[in-house]
Design a protein around this ligand. Structure first.
Ligand code: PEP
Ligand code: MN
Length: 348
């Protein structure tokens, strides 16, 4: 249920409604709007009677939310959510652009890549230190050592760090160095992890599971918001279909559908979505044209020798012309796009 407060409702009136919600055994979530405050109510007790709230001072309306997900839904909050990441944001005017290797492979690799990306105007650096791999014999990531190198790359360049958290055991270490915690597709329904992220003070980039419906995807995000962490960025990264010529099928249908159902920012990962590097630029451009709020793209200076996902990684020399085209398509979508640090600077 959603309680809409009157435009002139006082702080005390809002607090009294929240107190009433708590006294009934539910959890209130204050949602500040442009003109008035709303209070989302979650909990798994029996049906609530809207009449309980309607005669409290300052209450304008009590609305039942029809979707199974509540806090993530547009019914709860009409305005787009902008997730703040330090002095940057995701879901605002500018298309967010996250780039970097699939995995941190060495100190030199991640620092060199961070500087290359910085010069291109990129503000968010990705790189996995903990890698959940299909095969136990594949490279599992540099773990704590990888986190140290990521932190150093972030400190040196000022880039924001996006890295994957694989489980609750490593969450404190990963949260200590990351600006955004990535939840991988394989973990979208790891409910213990989602619950732990609900009480972690870090933005979360939640990837869609490879066989998850849009509703299941939004329900996974609901876990994090219902725990009290409202800074969730959704990420469409492709789903499994019967088509074997691409790694996954990038479900760009999900972009307008999710944007209609949810106020959360949604970015797209064309690298995993299509899985072959030369198809990544087309799908990146298509994602922005479809209305995505950002992109996450795998890049590697030497894709041929990458320890994971080299075949879907772009070289910085391919990334640069792509970014030029993304800038143009962002303009068509009335959005901004990151600018190079020193315009015209050559990338090695
Ligand atoms: C990744 O970003 O490298 C990754 C493993 O992604 P996903 O969880 O989408 O497979
Ligand atoms: Mn990868």
């Amino acid at each position: 249920m959603l309680i809409i407060m009157k435009i002139d409702a006082t702080r005390a009136e809002v607090d009294r409604v929240s107190g009433k919600v708590r006294s009934l055994g539910y959890v209130p979530h204050e949602i500040p709007g442009e003109r008035r405050v709303a209070i989302g109510i979650t909990g798994n007790r029996s049906k609530l009677d809207p009449g309980v709230f309607l005669n409290l001072a300052g209450v304008a309306e009590a609305i039942a939310v029809s979707k199974p997900y509540k806090l993530v839904s547009r019914e709860m909050k009409k305005e787009n959510t902008v997730v703040r990441v330090g002095d940057e944001e995701i879901g605002g005017h500018e298309i967010a652009f996250i780039a970097g290797p699939c995995s941190v492979e060495s100190r030199g690799q991640i620092i060199e890549m961070a500087w290359m990306l910085k010069e291109l105007g990129v503000k968010f650096l990705r790189g996995g230190a903990y890698k959940p791999r299909t095969s136990p014999y594949s490279f599992q990531g540099m773990k704590l050592e990888g986190l140290e190198y990521l932190a150093e790359a972030g400190n040196l360049t000022g880039l924001k760090i996006v890295t994957e958290v694989k489980d609750t055991a490593t969450l404190p270490a990963v949260a200590a160095v990351s600006d955004i915690l990535q939840v991988g597709a394989r973990n979208m329904q790891n409910y213990s992890l989602l619950e732990a992220l609900g009480t972690t003070a870090r933005p979360v980039l939640l990837k869609r599971g490879i066989s998850a419906t849009i509703e299941e995807f939004l329900m996974a995000a609901e876990y994090i918001l219902s725990g009290g962490n409202y800074d969730v960025i959704l990420c469409e990264r492709g789903i499994r279909t019967f088509e074997p010529s691409t790694r996954f099928t990038l479900d760009l249908n999900a972009v307008p559908i999710v944007k209609k159902q949810s106020h959360l920012p949604l970015i797209v990962d064309p690298s995993h979505g299509v899985g072959v590097w030369d198809a990544v630029p087309s799908m990146a451009l298509a994602a922005v044209a479809a209305g995505a709020d950002g992109l996450i793209i795998e890049t590697h200076a030497h894709p041929g020798s990458a320890l994971s996902d080299g075949y879907q990684s772009l070289k910085p020399s391919t990334l640069k012309p792509l970014m030029e085209r993304l800038r143009r398509i962002s303009e068509v979508m009335d959005r901004g796009f990151c600018a190079p640090v020193s315009p015209g600077a050559e990338v090695i």
